[in-house]
Write a protein that binds this ligand. Sequence first.
Ligand SMILES: [Zn+2]
Ligand SMILES: [Zn+2]
Length: 876
Amino acid sequence: MIISTGTASGKSLAYLTPAVASCLDGGTILYLTPTKALAADQLRGLRELRITQLRAACFDGDTPFEERTWVRQHANYVLTNPDMLHRSILPRHAQWSSFFRRLRMVVIDECHGYRGVFGSHVAQILRRLRRVCARYNSRPTFLLASATASEPGAFGMRLTGLEMDEVTVDASPKGSTTIALWEPPLTELRGEGGAPVRRTATAEAADLLADLVLADVRTLAFVRSRRGAETVALTARAKLADVAFSLSTRHPRPSTPRHPNTTSPTPPETDPTTNHHRPPSSTAHPTPLETDLTPSQQPGTAKPARTTQPTPPETDPALNHQPGTAKPTDTAQPAPQEPAPTTTHQPPARATQPTPPETDPALNHQPGTAEPASLATPGPSRTTSELSAAAPAVSTSGREVPAADPASESSLRWALPDAPAQPDWADLPNKIAAYRAGYLAEDRRLLEKALRSGTIMGLATTNALELGVDVSGLDAVLIAGWPGTRASLWQQAGRAGRDGQDALAVLIARDDPLDTYLVHHPQALFGQPVEAIVLDPDNPYVLGPHLCAAAAEIPLTDDDLPIFGTTTSTVLDDLVSQGLLRRRPAGWFWTKRERATDLADIRGGGGAPIQVVESSTGRLLGSVDEPSAHTTVHTGAVYLHQGETFLVELLDLEAGVALVSSATPDFTTFARDITDISILATQRSHPLGPGTLHFGEVEVTRQVVSYLKRRLQSGEMLGDEPLDLPPRTLRTRAVWWTLPASAVAPLAEAGIDLGGAAHAAEHASIGLLPLFATCDRWDIGGVSTELHADTGLLTVFVYDGHEGGAGFAERGYARAADWLTATREAITSCECERGCPSCIQSPKCGNGNEPLDKRGAVRLLNTLLSSQQNATTSAQ
Ligand SMILES: [Zn+2]
Ligand SMILES: [Zn+2]
């Protein structure tokens, strides 16, 4: 059975009831979740039931060795994850015999997380589990809980290999959620090829997070990368530190609202970096929450955005520095500008600006103690305030006119009008934290607890939390960058507003074609079915290692073959010829001394991991799998570890080590690679317009050749540094389209650069494929050429970035017409003239985004999509 409904719709109750009943009846339950954190949360819930016969226990990497024996022998409700099942429980099934004998039910929670290559691995682990159960004569019921997905029954069947009933009707009570689609503004900064640069989603998210926390709105910010989440937390904390600092230097003024958001009179319109072009669907709130929060600044860190800010220091009371206090960066500021008269969402009090700094006792900085740079930028956070629905309108002149708005004050719990309360102010930054998978168990628990108790009001996280930690009582969710799928979007948005309360969710677009497309096409989000969850258990690169592991658990016989899929016998022959398995009359045997489970790296990667070591202390910070090392810890990369920033001094692939040192750079790094592709086998083909669409096997040679440095706050490009790393070869699957010379000749005659057009179409189509397959653009890659050696034609490839393929390119083949139509619309709807990161530029382009032809790409796609009416339906 698979239950596929929204967040907080009661899925847990649906499996807990029969599961606990089975335990009371003498059975055992195996509960699987993708993350340890969710298992810990579930365990807490089970213990709160206070049922003595229920002996629930976690069995994961954090479980102390001495407890493991107890769990195996006595627990009747075991919470674990696929990794532990793969590495520990199944290989030692004999030690679990009494548990397996009584196994009644396997609960697979948050199973939508099992997609792509990881999902394919989990699918094979579940087949091994079924085989081990059969050995102990148990036939457990599989009960799957998933976020909403298309065709959940089919997905569940692919995942488990079993027929599934599906439950998809969600009748749970819900408050309403206001969804805002938020496009960061184009800045005056220029990137590659002079393209305009948008303000980054993480910078906008940090502003919003700080503002919401100040307004007492309990907020979770989802950021796609671990690095991004930590950047958002650091930035938002720095803003709160600035607020705390400015509060702590004020004299107590009993009747004065202490809201710190009252010191920034500069209208957003004067700040080009914050000039938000709100999409029509935006629910921007007209009530400003003025803050003097500043973009994150570590002391001494240069701030790129500031140099473009025209805000005159003279009009900003926050800039009331004592004579002699250095304000080096302010010298770069352009001349004062008039506040824009067209402001519609500023309070009347705005017009009373500027408050003479001299009269403001709140800004009485001690000489030498001020961090002027950090106060010099009232900037971005102001514009975010329109969204802070919970924020009262506090007059910017409120400090001088005590009766600003008494009602508003009461909602600001942290603002303590009558008490100096320094400790609370000093503690303000600690209300924001970062969370990610990979933290130590104790740290995770502390963080989860703090969020539940309200000690922490704002949390920036990767999707570690998406996979299920039960955080209740959230008011708002910020989603920095399209989370990859509508399913994830609704899952993340559903985090806010538990207990039937109304909530706010903001999707902040990244500088990316898909994000741009979505904030301009809300119809692609609302009223659309969610995506199907894609996985490919038949991938031979996935299946092979699990057949070895299965043979090591219990020798394989002919009877086992149907369990593992139709390609099993071919893959077994390969394993025998490679000397990994031995064929004997009784079946296939694993005869090596090594552990067979080491062959499968189920969370991706492969290759020996690279150790990340702090050079000055020799401290081991963590490890990165070898393929990722080329892109994440190459020499010169910025590497974040638990909120600390490091610069990679040296990546030594032979020694398997990356030496890093603590640093506070104001830029991020993006590795870029160049790619060659050759076609090994064409499996399917279909006409598309005047051209042809193909799906098949390819060999891809990728080499990380350089890395791009971009400013942290602004996204401005700083440079492209060369790297010397070896190429890597990948055998995978791809979808590609070709156009005959007769179709492209008219375009060439019209002066279109065909190479640039194909390249631009490739970039944008990589960006848009995630709308149709549950992948992200980093799971896939592309190659385009005016003339490919294997086809002899203009060809654009998009391939799965995982050995053996992951099902994404196959999905692109099946949905090609819709996918390429959306690609064309993403390009045409971007307001840039010649191409930018929101449409046709790619951050990982190994060719430095050259050549690119935006108008040519549209013409090329028009040609390809002409007379393609029936392509979608017949492509499958
Ligand atoms: Zn653009
Ligand atoms: Zn490129």
